[in-house]
Design a protein around this ligand. Structure first.
Ligand code: MLT
Length: 255
């Protein structure tokens, strides 16, 4: 992977393909490889940029607390490095939270937004408390605590579960704890999203038990120009479970 030093961290990324720039942002606690199948379907449509968010995959982070906004700044610094002014962003779950933070902070740099199995609302007080509890568990017992609890909820497909579990177990304790705290403290961007002018595509499985499809439907109600692609039978990992349909949805951001 390519690596750059920015914002006091090492950020790793892949870049390939031809066309309009599209950044594919992975979710928690994963890395850019979740996009492998979808990216190979999109490489003739887009100049694809696939970062590993700070701490994940081959990116390295600091132990101090950071926010979704800091993660968005990492992506802005990566785009500066690549001399890309404007980009379409497609974020999976937590990657969607980062994409939303980026869109709020750098709206002039966004040509379109794809939210895949994601949401714009913040955590409830109970959800936030649960994140801190999970962060404490991970700090004490390691990433296996999250791998164990999350894997069955990501997909009903045993092949996808096996693949994703291996990926989660590769991630570091500090990345998982840092991201859990950043997610707990994220802003509610639902009202911000309802005022955006760039194209928005929502790709969501109706069998997602981690983030219900209702969260995408709420965005669709607030922003009627958003296109909701409902994937029947898909869980929380549409880019692995339904790569063709996910790629078709993201091509809507090519124009
Ligand atoms: C993710 O897949 O990125 C996470 O499940 C998001 C979350 O926990 O809110």
């Amino acid at each position: 992977m390519n690596k750059i030093q920015i914002n006091n961290i090492t950020l790793a990324y892949e870049r390939f393909g031809v066309g309009k720039p599209l950044m594919l942002i992975h979710g928690f606690p994963l890395d850019h490889t979740i996009w492998n199948d979808t990216a190979s379907l999109l490489k003739n449509n887009f100049d694809l940029i696939l970062p590993d968010l700070r701490g994940f995959g081959q990116s390295i982070t600091v132990e101090t607390p950071y926010t979704m906004s800091d993660m968005a700044d990492d992506l802005a610094a990566l785009l500066d490095h690549l001399k890309v002014d404007k980009v379409a962003l497609a974020g999976h779950s937590m990657g969607g939270y980062v994409a939303l933070a980026f869109a709020q902070k750098y709206p002039q740099r966004v040509s379109g937004l794809g939210l895949i199995a994601s949401q714009a609302v913040a955590d409830s007080p109970e959800g936030k408390a649960k994140r801190y509890q999970t962060a404490a568990d991970v700090a004490q017992t390691g990433v296996c605590a999250v791998a164990e609890a999350m894997t069955p909820k990501l997909s009903a497909d045993a092949r996808v579960q096996a693949l994703v579990r291996v990926l989660i177990e590769k991630q570091t304790q500090s990345a998982v704890v840092g991201a859990l705290k950043a997610m707990a403290e994220r802003q509610d961007l639902h009202s911000h999203l309802s005022s955006v002018t760039f194209p928005v595509v929502l790709i969501h499985g109706d069998a997602d038990v981690l983030i219900s499809i209702e969260r995408a439907q709420e965005i669709g109600t607030a922003l009627p120009s958003a296109q909701l692609i409902k994937l029947q039978g898909a869980g929380h990992m549409p880019m692995i479970e339904f790569p063709t349909e996910t790629a078709d949805g993201l091509r809507l951001l090519a124009s």
